[in-house]
Design a protein around this ligand. Structure first.
Ligand SMILES: Nc1nc2c(c(=O)[nH]1)N[C@H]1C(S)=C(S)[C@@H](COP(=O)(O)OP(=O)(O)OC[C@H]3O[C@@H](n4cnc5c(=O)[nH]c(N)nc54)[C@H](O)[C@@H]3O)O[C@H]1N2
Ligand SMILES: Nc1nc2c(c(=O)[nH]1)N[C@H]1C(S)=C(S)[C@@H](COP(=O)(O)OP(=O)(O)OC[C@H]3O[C@@H](n4cnc5c(=O)[nH]c(N)nc54)[C@H](O)[C@@H]3O)O[C@H]1N2
Ligand code: SF4
Ligand SMILES: [Mo]
Length: 725
């Protein structure tokens, strides 16, 4: 077979950097950055390069596994596995209804165009509301805010980095995360360019991060953003700095919002935000004075107790300063495919259409909060969750309070994991089904197309054939559905055709979307229009324009009055809740936040040797003053204690932490089938979070994982670093 160079793109995180794979005799032997990719232009991070190690990992699951009565796994054939799973699911469905079956899909699922589409069809065919995702630990608050503001959860603005003069960035560290809810592979350069042309980048973060160090750092207390944003709005209204023309043109409810924020002058909120009143006033004036400004918030603003309100206020601030839907402000990117329209027509672009059985949380894009899963399994009554499929997710490490979920999993009649590793979650399953990696599947960046800073589209074929018996998720779902006699498809005719074995493949669907999209060839009517065949001729992808068009919001808002709603009742309710927000108890004086590390990716890349070099360990970052107050020296083992649990970790003393704040990354504390990762030690930091469904954020069911009240205690040595629940 020999050696070849295959062009593809990385699907680990959102920049989707171009990669070139060296393939020798059907095996990926190396990955390197694609210098000819028009956006990433030779950039790729260590994780992308290390994907070759994941691909060839000796710990990869390559065959279907079944748990034996003695608890060990044994290899079985696909036929045996799927026949038994389908049989058990069918029996549950007949006895208890389709709503006894659930699905959790994790973050990697969003990077495949086919995987989520097929899950949605499967769950719709079952008629089950038990659809869960990593979204409730990530960004569902952002979608909920958009549903309230614009009537559509998927209208999420991106900061127009190339044309802005001032970027106010809250709770994001793109130098490490490489950007989220925006696809811009060279984001470091984009930020530097803002300053080079005389603009400013202000990073609001409790930690002096890699990004904050290169730009202006404004320290804040964890969960302080909501207070800061309220005060920025208060100053802008009170000092007559609002863009009244923009408000009159775009908004409804501005008077109510003005009245609501009047109660939050900076002098009243500085204790909660940690930002001195004078600095807030100055920032408000600078924002209002900037010719073009964008406010952008990410995960640090999502995982607190007021995530939806915070995301809502970010867009409100953009609007009130005249920067929403405007060049250089926060603009609404547009997919070249009719994705929003399809979501709406298919009834999938929902918010608050259904409410969870436990907790009564509104659905976000048809998903319920992962934080109610454990109780959904243990709470008797109709609609009790009895069988769960997990694909591309590791909820035992990613949701709040993993132990409670692990205990609930013991009570499931069936747990099936589709993964290429024996993750902590898969290790508990009755069946583990081997998934392909992204190098073994074709793809289209479907859910990210509107987030590209520079409009772009690409298609990739699989780089290599699946290793072992790995299969793509959609193929597994098709097979299961057929064995269950479950018709998949949006229309009754399609479902009937499916039962008879006639089905469009994802590839056929992709071609249809491309050809009927805004840039499509309309089956020959438009010369040089897009089709799969044409797109395949551009292996590095196609840049479609220099910028997204601004000024499209009015046409796209779903609210009937075509206005941005600045005072919906749900948000007014949050103001009331805010007034009663409890202060942390005195015995837990510190606040815990998360962070991302360059050589980790959530919970699943700790088995790649090149990423774990240099004896990397899991640590808690502590400010020198706090360390001294707790009697801790650098490197010493300490116990981090919250109201819900404790973990033991070594201390790293660093003045990058704001006083009173400690930081621990998530995704560590492995006990799965990954040898390198298990040996790295560490603890599941989410054991410190509340597993109580009542503690989720009410408007989007967001997990409360940031700003947890904790204390640090020295651990007398010698002691083990084993996590405790
Ligand atoms: N404390 C705290 N917790 C957090 C966060 C935080 O900031 N702080 N962040 C949250 C965020 S933003 C996210 S997105 C979640 C992630 O939460 P999850 O998505 O639940 O967890 P991951 O760690 O991403 O696990 C992904 C799993 O999918 C597998 N996998 C990788 N690629 C594929 C594939 O192509 N197909 C299949 N079938 N499997 C695949 C991996 O082996 C791994 O087991 O974690 C959240 N948890
Ligand atoms: N290397 C690497 N890259 C990743 C990932 C990874 O695990 N590793 N995960 C990917 C995923 S799933 C996602 S969702 C994205 C997330 O991408 P980002 O949102 O950029 O995520 P982080 O790098 O965690 O940055 C969040 C920042 O918020 C700060 N913060 C914490 N609490 C608060 C607060 O209350 N207020 C404010 N203002 N700031 C706060 C933290 O100190 C941190 O610097 O990253 C993606 N990229
Ligand atoms: S930043 Fe790294 S992990 Fe993310 S897409 Fe690019 S190469 Fe892949
Ligand atoms: Mo995420």
């Amino acid at each position: 077979m020999g050696t070849s160079q295959v062009i593809t793109y990385c699907r680990i995180c959102e920049p989707l950097c171009g990669l070139v794979a060296t393939v020798e005799d059907g095996t990926v032997t190396q990955l390197r950055p694609d210098r000819d990719h028009p956006l990433s232009k030779g950039f790729a991070c260590p994780k992308g390069i290390a994907m070759a190690e994941v691909q060839n990992d000796p710990d990869r699951v390559l065959h279907p596994l079944r748990r034996r009565p003695d608890g060990e796994f044994e290899q079985v054939s696909w036929d045996e596995a799927l026949e038994d799973i389908a049989g058990r699911l069918s029996r549950l469905r007949a006895e208890h209804g389709g709503d006894s079956i659930g699905w959790y899909f994790g973050n990697p699922a969003a990077f495949s165009y086919s995987h989520p589409l097929w899950i949605a069809q499967f769950m719709a065919a079952l008629g089950s509301p038990h659809l869960y995702s990593a979204g409730s630990q990530d960004t569902n608050n952002r979608f909920a805010a958009s549903a309230l503001l614009y009537g559509s959860p998927v209208l999420v603005p991106i900061p127009d980095l190339r044309r802005t003069d001032l970027l106010l960035m809250l709770g994001a560290n793109p130098l490490v995360s490489h950007g989220s809810l925006i696809t811009a592979p060279r984001i470091k350069d984009e930020l530097a360019a803002i300053e080079r042309r005389g603009g400013r980048v202000i990073v609001v973060d409790p930690r002096r991060t890699e990004t904050a160090r290169l730009h202006e750092h404004l320290p804040i207390l964890p969960e302080g953003d909501v207070w800061l944003l309220l005060s920025l709005l208060q100053v802008i209204f009170a000092e007559g700095l609002a863009d009244e023309a923009a408000i009159a043109r775009q908004a409804r409810g501005a008077q109510t919002l003005r009245r609501l924020v009047a109660a939050f002058p900076p002098e009243r909120t500085e204790r909660r935000s940690g930002v001195p009143a004078a600095a807030v006033r100055e920032l408000a004036r600078d924002l209002a004075a900037a010719e073009r400004a964008a406010v952008y918030g990410r995960i640090g603003t999502c995982l607190g107790r007021f995530g939806t309100l915070t995301a809502f206020l970010i867009d409100a601030l953009c609007l009130v300063t005249g920067n929403l839907d405007r060049e250089g402000g926060a603009i609404f990117g547009r997919s070249p495919l009719h994705v929003d329209e399809l979501l709406r027509l298919s009834g999938k672009g929902t918010y608050g259409k259904t409410f969870s059985r436990v907790g009564g949380y509104p659905d976000v894009l048809g998903t319920a909060p992962a934080g109610v899963m454990a109780e959904e399994i243990t709470t008797p009554g109709p609609g009790r969750l009895r069988a769960l499929l997990v694909s591309g997710g590791n909820p035992l490490l990613s949701v709040p309070g993993g132990e409670r979920l692990a205990a609930a999993f013991e009570r499931l009649e069936l747990l099936v994991c589709i993964d290429f590793y024996l993750s902590e979650t898969a290790a508990k399953a009755h069946y583990v089904l081997p998934a392909t990696t992204f190098l073994e599947r074709e793809d289209l960046p479907l859910p990210f197309l509107q987030n590209y800073l520079v409009p772009y589209i690409t298609w990739t074929e699989p780089v290599v054939a699946p290793r072992g018996q790995a299969r793509q998720e959609w193929e597994i779902i098709e097979d299961l559905a057929r064995r269950m006699g479950l018709g998949l498809g949006a229309l009754p005719l399609q479902r009937l055709a499916h039962r008879l074995g006639v089905r469009p493949t994802p590839r056929m669907l992709a071609d249809l979307l491309l050809r009927t999209g805004r840039r499509g060839d309309l089956f020959g009517l438009r010369r040089d229009g897009l089709s799969l065949r044409r797109l395949r001729r551009f292996p590095h992808g196609l840049v479609l324009a220099d910028h997204h068009e601004a000024g499209t919001l009015r046409r796209r808002i779903v609210h009937r009055d075509k206005r941005v709603h600045l005072a919906p009742p749900e948000i007014i309710g949050e103001f009331r809740r805010l007034q009663r927000a409890p202060e942390p108890p005195p015995e837990l004086p510190l606040r815990l936040i998360g962070l991302r590390e360059l050589r980790s990716h959530n919970s699943w890349m700790h088995n790649a040797p090149s990423l774990m070099r240099g004896k990397r360990t899991h640590r808690v970052r502590v400010n020198p003053k706090d360390a001294a107050a707790c009697g801790l020296r650098d490197g010493a083992l300490c116990r981090v204690v919250s109201a819900h649990g404790s973990v033991e970790l070594p201390v790293e003393i660093t003045d990058e932490m704001t006083e009173g704040v400690v930081a621990v990354p998530h995704g560590w504390g492995h006990r799965g089938g990954w040898r390198v990762a298990n040996a790295a030690g560490g603890a599941n930091v989410n054991a410190l979070a509340s597993a109580d469904p009542g503690d989720l954020e009410p408007l989007a069911g967001m997990a409360h994982l940031n700003g947890l009240a904790v204390r640090l205690e020295p651990v007398p040595e010698p002691a083990s670093a084993a996590p405790k629940a």
